[in-house]
Design a protein around this ligand. Structure first.
Ligand code: ZN
Length: 341
């Protein structure tokens, strides 16, 4: 155990003191897909003090090609990603405090979490732009650094946002192409993920070990298939009138209650429905009700699922329901009300 971090402490910019600082820090990781699992594994191996992982999804077979913490068994069991990741990570390093949350990130929930406990760094590993904008406002309001990361196909993009120092994501929005295609429409190759993860983790180690001055100030974008790598100087894009980081801030992405109850998920032919009232769902009771209707229900402690005709329906303990096999919100809602209304 003593030698565990020896190669990292031998690295002069980190050293023994940097390692001590890393072991004292709390990182909030949003998303446990390809970028999330890569970031999580590297930070846990590096000996971060505490890692909180938030993810709303469960492991599927199509994830295994690039989401490095998951196994076939996780996919068979449809384990929530946050839980499967935590299980694997704890095997890798028992010293790290791990918290797994199977939940959606909303403006309210993220702000509550940040208020409730000290968070030293946020890592973006979501594929959802709305959630990134929420992270961006929360980061500015509570002065928490965060590292933006995105990838699709063989292309990747990453930027480190230091409140009060660099432009924020909102400043860059209209001036820099931040991507639009989603993961499932054009596919993705694992090395593109690894490249973004490497940039994010290197920045995380600088921030966590107290080497903020070494942080990258440029926005990096690359395409591993087309052999392109660009580091774009964006400091002059910091906008004094920015609603998220400017002089008169309104934090537009967290200042009103997010009313959205349904969302079509990232090119996945799926709709998520989030009930208006918060509260846990009793999965045992629900299973009995559904089985009494003759439905073949599969379940684990975190979710239950069943198939009807062309749809697979998954109900989570936190109340959310995923309807697979449609992008039509009305169709998904009618199924939701039929079985859960
Ligand atoms: Zn800004």
């Amino acid at each position: 155990m003593m030698d565990r971090y020896s190669r990292q402490t031998l690295f002069a910019p980190i050293g023994v003191e940097g390692q001590r600082q890393i072991s004292d820090k709390h990182v909030l990781l949003i998303g446990a897909g390809a970028l999330g699992t890569g970031n999580a594994e590297a930070l846990v191996r590096a000996g971060v003090g505490k890692l909180t992982i938030i993810d709303r999804d469960y492991v599927e077979w199509s994830n295994l090609q690039r989401q490095q913490l998951y196994s076939e068994e996780d996919a068979k069991q449809k384990l929530p990603k946050a839980i499967a990741a935590k299980n694997r990570l704890q095997e890798i390093n028992v010293e790290v405090e791990l918290v797994a949350l199977v939940a959606d990130v909303t403006a309210e929930s993220l702000e509550q979490r940040i208020k409730a406990e000290k968070v030293d760094l946020m890592l973006d590993a979501t594929d959802n732009f709305d959630i990134r904008m929420i992270m961006n406002d929360v980061a500015q309001k509570y002065e928490i650094p965060w590292v933006y990361g995105a990838c699709v196909g063989s292309y990747g993009l990453t930027f480190t946002i230091l409140p009060g120092v660099t432009p924020c994501l909102h400043c860059l929005l209209k001036k820099v192409p931040l991507g639009g295609a989603t993961c499932d429409t054009v596919g993705i190759i694992a090395p593109a993920v690894g490249m973004v993860v490497s940039h994010q983790v290197a920045e995380a180690l600088k921030i966590l070990s107290g080497n903020m001055e070494d942080c990258r100030t440029k926005l990096v974008s690359f395409d591993l298939w087309k052999n392109q790598y660009v580091a774009l100087e964006v400091q002059k894009l910091k906008d004094l009138n920015c609603p998220s980081c400017g002089i008169q801030r309104t934090y537009p992405n967290i200042s009103f209650k997010n009313q959205t109850k349904t969302a079509v998920l990232c090119g996945r032919d799926s709709v998520q429905i989030r009930p208006s009232s918060d509260g846990e769902r009793n999965l045992t009771e629900l299973k009995t009700i559904l089985e009494n209707q003759g439905l073949p229900v599969e379940n684990n402690p975190y979710l239950l699922s069943f198939e009807i005709k062309d749809h697979r329906i998954v109900a989570f303990k936190d109340g959310r329901v995923l309807v697979h096999g449609t992008k039509n919100i009305n169709e998904a809602k009618s199924l939701y009300y039929r079985y859960f209304g």
